[in-house]
Write a protein that binds this ligand. Structure first.
Ligand code: NAD
Ligand code: MG
Length: 417
């Protein structure tokens, strides 16, 4: 039985991971949970899974969690009283918990960086959903992986697709997994993108985009931040950088293709020009399960793909004028060093400001571009962890200050639309 730690257990990735554990009680058990602030759901998860340790990012809620668990009627108490820890230190304790075999990283944003590093340094294998960590700190994370021997299994659906396709090649060398070393024979990656909430909008209409518009995804149900990233195509831009670090390919050989049906989850082209793809209904449980069961596959009763039901698979090129975030991500990836960390932090802050209706959707790329421009002269080529943390903070502050001074456009509320 594999022991699983779930970081960000109350989020979209976290809850889907726990659903898998419930579906396969013979295969998996939960030893650690971490969450931000959602105590109600966390208590339910503790009751159901009886983890050995629980960490709360917000330390001030620890007492309340303790009281809620203590006040449960005897017949509803978890089988064991978990050790409760809080704050950044607590997250690291849970992430490196001794009995865990695999750590699923479902924290959103660069907040996942330190717990991810703690898990790697403890030699744990990881199911990486929290892509922001790798994007911000690839040059720090990859050497740590090489040192500890931890394996980074991609839970992001596109990277899982690539990983699954690579299993069918002569170079499915497990030791090479996610060390940033180029995969021999891999010529090109094509990342598929649904096109997000604004896929069918004319570029000019983006002037009218509200928070409600940007947070309704046509194909996937996910957390709010990644849903906005999908609408701006920043998610795909971030995934280009993620693919670069995971599979070692240079940016000229990682492409984005819009595929509205989200049936092909990504493709690889090999040295002999053969193209391999992985297909399925859009359901994040599949890539998460593959990380958990790899290298085996488990039998599931999940919806099976029927291509005649889909009818058509279509593809088109993303329009850089409509999706400036995509180009910003390529540029930051190519610049390397600390630039992707600035791109990521500026994006996290800009999306947070957008979700609070303090800025317009179209301000997001402007704010990111300004932060990346300003960082050019300070970019560190071979960053250490402290460099990454420093530029992450700098970029967030730079974006906030710019928003406080005022952006070019007025924010649009759902009411005004
Ligand atoms: P979410 O917002 O639904 O959940 C985030 C989780 O992280 C919650 O448990 C929350 O409590 C916790 N959290 C938030 N801020 C935190 C902080 N500062 N410190 C510690 N914990 C904190 O997000 P999600 O959609 O599940 O996405 C999680 C990660 O997975 C993101 O990096 C996202 O890009 C990636 N991802 C998600 C999907 C998806 O389908 N949801 C798909 C691919 C990749
Ligand atoms: Mg993805």
């Amino acid at each position: 039985m594999k022991a699983i730690s779930v970081l960000g257990s109350t989020g979209s990735i976290g809850t889907q991971t726990l659903e898998i554990v419930q579906e396969f009680p013979e295969q998996f058990r939960v030893v650690a949970l971490t969450a931000g602030r959602n105590l109600g759901l966390l208590v339910e998860q503790i009751q159901r899974h009886s983890p050995e340790v629980v960490a709360l990012a917000d330390e001030s809620l620890l007492k309340e969690l303790e009281e809620r668990l203590a006040s449960l009627p005897a017949d509803q108490k978890p089988q064991r009283q978990p050790e409760l820890v809080g704050g950044p230190g607590g997250l690291n304790i849970a992430a490196s918990w001794d009995t865990a075999d695999l750590v699923v990283t479902g924290i959103v944003g660069c907040a996942g960086l330190l717990p991810t590093l703690a898990a790697i340094q403890a030699g744990k294998d990881l199911a990486l959903a929290n892509k922001e960590t790798l994007i911000a700190a690839g040059p720090v994370v990859l050497p740590e992986l090489r040192k500890s021997g931890s394996r980074l299994l991609p839970a992001d659906s596109e990277h899982s697709a690539i990983f699954q396709c690579l299993q069918g090649t002569p170079w499915a060398d497990n030791a090479r997994l996610s060390t940033g070393v180029p995969t021999p024979g891999l010529r090109r990656i094509q990342l598929t993108a649904s096109g997000g909430a604004f896929r069918d909008w004319a570029t000019a209409d983006l002037e009218k985009a509200t928070v409600a518009d940007a947070t309704s995804h046509p194909n996937w149900s996910m957390g709010r931040k990644i849903t906005v990233d999908s609408a701006s195509l920043m998610n795909k831009g971030l995934e280009v950088i993620e693919a670069h670090y995971l599979f070692g390919l240079d940016y000229d050989h990682i492409e984005i293709v819009i595929h509205p049906q989200s049936i092909i989850h990504s493709m690889i082209e090999l040295a002999d020009s053969s193209v391999l793809a992985q297909l399925g209904w859009p359901d994040m449980k599949l890539p998460i399960l593959y990380c958990m069961s790899w290298p085996s596959r488990l039998e599931t009763p999940w919806r099976r793909l029927n291509l005649t039901e889909v009818g058509q698979l279509t593809f088109n090129k993303p329009d850089p004028a409509k999706y400036p975030c995509m180009e910003l991500a390529y540029a930051a990836g190519r610049a390397g060093g600390t630039m992707p960390a600035v791109l990521n932090a500026a994006n996290e802050e800009a999306v947070a400001q957008f979700l609070e209706e303090r800025i317009h959707f179209l301000d997001i790329p402007d704010l990111i571009e300004t932060a990346c421009e300003r960082h050019k002269s300070d970019r560190v080529d071979q960053p250490q962890l402290d460099d990454v943390l420093a530029v992450d903070q700098w970029a967030r502050t730079a974006v906030r200050e710019q928003v406080d001074r005022g952006t070019r456009r007025l924010p649009l509320t759902a009411m005004a639309a």
